[in-house]
Design a protein around this ligand. Structure first.
Ligand code: ATP
Ligand code: MG
Length: 240
């Protein structure tokens, strides 16, 4: 990636977000859940398409059920309802394990039929690191970022996930892809709720939610990209 020419932006959380009302919070969370349901549904569809010996009636039943869940979640999204992330307690997690677990899920379930490359590079001094975070929410965040990265890839594309620590002993998590990148004029709008660019079925919630999650874990979220060169997301999280 041509680092010198990369356009950079800092998607720091807008502090006014903190003053939204509780009812808004509730509705926003509902939208987020509806959005995040898409990944496991896609995994189910992949599994279904690989099941040759299943009774046709059963297959149809499962297929229709998946379609119904999809349409329910789409309904919720279209009404543009909002809720804050359903409050999940923080827990101590081995971040290296969490990342590997998620990447494994993606590669072996969601992308089982595709030749997608996602490399995890562990540069942590001790090889592992315990971080206090909202485990499911954080996984969904990373999942959304990986989805974006994978969706941007062309032939021979790959995604790298780097784990390291900076001088302040913060966790640094970097997701890089060599996909199609993002044009400079689009960068300022990224991370705004509902902003999507160049995707037929984009809801514009992935980056918004990721940015919010990292901010609510007292971290920093930075995205840099250049059209034709790929995208890099750097997340810095204090190790509490
Ligand atoms: N790694 C990436 N490479 C290229 N473009 C990206 C990347 N990440 C984000 N984008 C751009 O940013 C836009 C916003 O991303 P975001 O994840 O918020 O929404 P979305 O992917 O359009 O929809 P969804 O809510 O379903 O994730 C995308 O539409 C895409 O144009
Ligand atoms: Mg997305």
């Amino acid at each position: 990636m041509g680092l010198c020419s990369i356009e950079e932006m800092n998607l720091e959380e807008d502090k006014t977000q903190l003053s939204i009302t509780r009812i808004d919070d509730l509705l926003e969370g509902l939208s987020q859940v509806a959005h995040d349901i898409k990944s496991p549904l896609a995994a189910l569809e992949t599994v279904l398409s690989n099941t040759n010996n299943m009774d046709e009636e059963k297959r149809l039943l499962i297929k229709n059920s998946i379609l119904r869940i999809k349409s329910i979640s789409q309904d919720v999204l279209q009404k543009n309802k909002r809720i804050v992330e359903l409050k999940e307690e923080k827990s101590r997690c081995l971040i290296n394990q969490l990342v590997l677990e998620l990447v494994h899920e993606k590669l072996h379930e969601l992308y089982a039929n595709k030749s997608i490359v996602i490399n995890v590079n562990n540069y942590l001094p001790e090889g592992e690191l315990e971080v206090s975070l909202q485990r499911s929410r954080f996984k969904r965040t990373l999942s959304n970022l990986l989805n974006n990265a994978v969706e941007s890839l062309g032939e021979g594309g790959y995604v790298e996930v780097d784990l390291s620590m900076n001088k302040k002993s913060d966790l640094v998590l970097v997701v890089t892809d060599n996909g199609k990148g993002i044009p400079a004029h689009v960068l300022p709008s990224l991370g705004k709720k509902g902003f999507t660019y160049g995707k037929k079925e984009g809801n514009g919630l992935g980056l918004y939610a990721a940015k919010k999650c990292i901010s609510e874990h007292n971290g920093l979220f930075k995205l840099s990209s250049k059209a034709g060169n790929g995208t890099k997301i750097v997340m810095t999280l204090p190790v509490e």
